[in-house]
Design a protein around this ligand. Structure first.
Ligand code: SF4
Length: 404
């Protein structure tokens, strides 16, 4: 499907009505809605689907408290949009964290009420399956209550290659060591043209999906993501959704879909524009309508700002993602939005929803239905380390708990 395909026979209003009523729409219809439907009507249709999907709890919007633990920025894959990585030969910029450091970060996460860690880093030339087995096992031994929702198909492909094993074996081993679920990392854009343009050394989009499908069949669920705004067409965005929906029809293993916008600083794609905030909201809405087999659509305020995150809850999103106690990857590329738990609760409430802290698998852990009982701990806030702020050359030190 291309932007130029003859889509003139598609009736926007009729398709929107069918989608709002729960009917499945084709990729061609999705493209027409994404491109041409009035924004407010698209949002209303997506919200109608969300309300029906969450009948009984449609008044709730969720968030999670987690921490990204970036174990290394050393990476051989050199994605052009990435402002985080250091090439192995760039000894001044590259860093790795040792296990004690990682465990200390886990301890801080538990102390602040976080329930999930996202282990995220570069494709280090020496890190095979054994590295992840050792670290996940150590984390689970010390902090069995922490859910390890981490990595993705790209890391699996890389670690399997380094260790000389199949991806099936790699997934089975890291799952046994403690990995609970895969984050949707590395999906970027799945169609071939835009993927090659921004991540030429990464596995293909088909391979990314194949590995996710293997993981789902091995009992490891995941989320799915999309990086918007690096020069892809509308048709390629919809093709990305089509590829996810097709796998999901077979496995049901994608818990959520999370689009986020490209951040343009400090990378090799200078000059490319970000997706507009309207395009982002349209994507949230079309994802809710087109991905009828994916339960959760996550709005992101980290890259789009709090107001847009809030609006996303009226465009089909049921979840506002995480208060990340530490984040360095998109922050390195320019994302500067910060918030704390009280602000996120307030933001959700002012969007007309009841906020609820959730688990990785979307159970409601705390429902904030009475403002008088709201948590008041200002330390539970999203944060970036000195690496992201200063483009740091030293091992980053988290300042979050400096006041402790
Ligand atoms: S996005 Fe990931 S794989 Fe690509 S260069 Fe950055 S750290 Fe490496």
């Amino acid at each position: 499907m291309t932007e130029k395909a003859d889509l003139t026979s598609i009736d926007v209003t009729a398709v929107l009505d069918r989608a709002a009523a729960g009917g499945r729409i084709t990729p061609q219809e999705a493209l027409v809605l994404y491109r041409d439907a009035p924004l407010h009507a698209l949002g209303a249709a997506a919200d109608a689907v969300r309300r029906r999907k969450y009948a009984g709890t449609e008044h709730i919007a969720t968030y999670i408290i987690e921490r990204n633990i970036n174990y290394t920025n050393v990476c051989v894959t050199a994605c052009k949009f990435c402002a985080f990585y250091a090439a192995p030969k760039d000894k001044d910029k590259g860093w790795t964290r040792d296990l004690d450091d990682i465990l200390r970060r886990c301890a801080e996460t538990v102390e602040l009420g976080g329930t999930q860690i996202m282990f995220q880093g570069g494709h280090h030339p020496d890190y095979g399956v054994e590295y992840y087995e050792k670290h996940f096992a150590a984390i689970k031994k010390e902090f069995p209550q922490l859910v390890i929702h981490s990595l993705g198909a790209s890391e699996v492909e890389h670690m399997a290659r380094i260790s000389g094993v199949s991806v099936e074996e790699a997934i089975t081993r890291i799952h046994a060591a403690g990995l609970d679920s895969f984050a949707g990392a590395g999906a970027e854009l799945l169609p071939e043209r835009p993927r090659k343009a921004i991540a030429p050394l990464k596995e293909s989009g088909e391979r990314w999906l194949e590995i996710m499908e293997i993981a789902h069949r091995l009992g490891v669920e995941s989320t799915s993501t999309m990086l918007m705004g690096t020069g892809e067409t509308n048709a390629e965005r919809i093709e990305h959704l089509r590829m996810i929906r097709e796998v999901q029809d077979r496995t049901g293993g994608f818990r959520a879909f999370i689009p986020y916008t490209y951040q343009p600083e400090n990378n090799h794609l200078k000059g490319r524009t970000q997706a507009t905030l309207f395009e982002y909201l349209r994507m949230i809405a079309i994802a809710r309508l087109f991905l009828d087999n994916v339960q959760h659509i996550q709005g992101s305020w980290l890259t789009t700002g709090k107001e847009v995150g809030q609006l996303s809850l009226h465009y089909g999103a049921d979840d506002l993602g995480s208060i990340m106690l530490e984040e360095n990857v998109v922050s390195s590329a320019g994302a500067r939005h910060r918030s704390n738990r009280m602000e996120i609760i307030d933001l959700i409430r002012k969007a007309g929803r009841v906020p609820a802290q959730r688990s990785t698998t979307y159970e409601h852990l705390v429902v904030h239905d009475d403002p008088a009982n709201d948590p008041v701990d200002e330390r539970v806030m999203s944060h970036i380390s000195s690496t992201a702020i200063e483009g740091g050359t030293a091992h980053p030190e988290l300042k979050l708990l400096a006041s402790n």
